[in-house]
Design a protein around this ligand. Structure first.
Ligand code: AMP
Ligand code: MN
Ligand code: MN
Length: 328
């Protein structure tokens, strides 16, 4: 057995042998976080386990079409005891947010993720930085360990992989990713229907937000850096909710000549949420975000930086431009 299969066997044994589970994922969840959480929770339910599927924000409106979305809720107000807690897609433990407070005690923590910056917290850890999505790791785990994959589980895994690969576009999308997608379609996934739910069903508010953001768009570093920003005032005027902005940064990345795209979002707590994307492996945006206490992947990373919008913009733009000039 290779190292991966040994680890999967250990995790598989723990999943079969214990009874009460909590499956958690990161704050400001994306399709990979929510789809992966539901997929694993449903598979455990199929095994007859007692399962909580928790995310600080509960289920997002835009992912509420996912099969059995009702299973995923905000964490319980009164902390509970568990045999096993599984953190999915979460690069640093504190990004589990308030879910952590709802775990009074757990015999074992499992950490399954694909972020290279993951510091390997937990008792049983499987990190594959080459996997384009945590959903892809879960597919390998469930099939490898002969754990249940129902059509509902398949659709959740498909949504996780589709969203984290930018619809099978990003460079970490491999032949294996397409093989898994094919398997998931054979398990019952309706690609057209799922894609429409994921990419053609946004509220009008989201396109209004894009219009607002484009009004603040800037290019720097000789067209190799692009950014836009959302102030609290702008967000309030449009009635924006956090899930509205996922993916809008891709409009900047899509511009010819742009290597790094940045999205600044003023938060209510005096911090700015910085979201960064790179189109060139030589420019590691995770390294930039780490300097500000954040993390992520080489081509997609984030941080929460104290300061006003203008202050944070200036600092990040300077660092990003320096990284572009040093590495390209
Ligand atoms: P986002 O720009 O929010 O879509 O995040 C891009 C990537 O960076 C994701 O893989 C996140 O997990 C990671 N990331 C975002 N914000 C943070 C943060 N504050 N700390 C660590 N990792 C982050
Ligand atoms: Mn994620
Ligand atoms: Mn992910």
């Amino acid at each position: 057995m290779n190292e991966r299969d040994i680890k999967f066997a250990q995790i598989g044994r723990v999943l079969r042998e214990h009874h009460k589970f909590a499956v958690l994922s990161h704050v400001r969840p994306d399709g990979d976080a929510l789809g992966s959480t539901l997929a694993l929770a449903l598979s455990l339910q199929e095994l007859g386990k007692d399962v909580r599927a928790w995310n600080e924000e509960g289920m997002l409106q835009k992912y509420s079409f996912l099969p059995r979305a009702d299973l995923l809720t905000p964490p319980a107000k009164v902390a509970e005891d568990f045999d096993v807690v599984i953190a999915l897609d979460t690069a640093v433990q504190n990004r589990l947010g308030s879910s952590t407070a709802a775990i009074r005690q757990a015999k074992l923590w499992i950490n399954i993720d694909h972020h290279p910056s993951n510091p390997r917290y937990g008792d049983l850890v499987y990190i594959d930085p080459t996997a384009p999505a945590t959903g892809q790791i879960l597919f390998e785990l469930l099939t490898g360990q002969k754990l249940p994959i129902t059509p509902a589980i398949a659709e959740n895994i498909y949504a996780a992989i589709s969203t984290d690969t930018g619809s099978f576009q990003y460079p970490n999308t491999t032949a294996r990713t397409f093989e898994i997608a094919a398997e998931l379609i054979r398990c019952g996934v309706d690609v057209g229907r799922t894609s429409q739910q994921l990419y053609e069903n946004f509220p009008r508010r989201r396109i209004e937000l894009l219009r607002e953001l484009l009004g603040t768009m800037h290019f720097g570093c000789e067209g190799r850096l692009a950014w836009f920003a959302l102030s609290q005032t702008g967000a309030q005027a449009l009635g924006v909710i956090p899930e509205d902005n996922e993916g809008l940064i891709d409009h900047l990345r899509a511009v010819r000549g742009v290597i790094v795209a940045v999205f600044f979002e003023e938060l209510r707590d005096g911090k700015v949420r910085v979201s960064m994307r790179s189109k060139n492996e030589a420019v590691d945006v995770c390294a930039i975000c780490k300097q500000f206490g954040g993390g992520g992947h080489v081509l997609a990373a984030g941080a929460r930086v104290p300061g006003t919008l203008a202050e944070v913009e200036e600092k990040i733009v300077e660092k990003a431009c320096a990284a572009i000039e040093r590495n390209t």
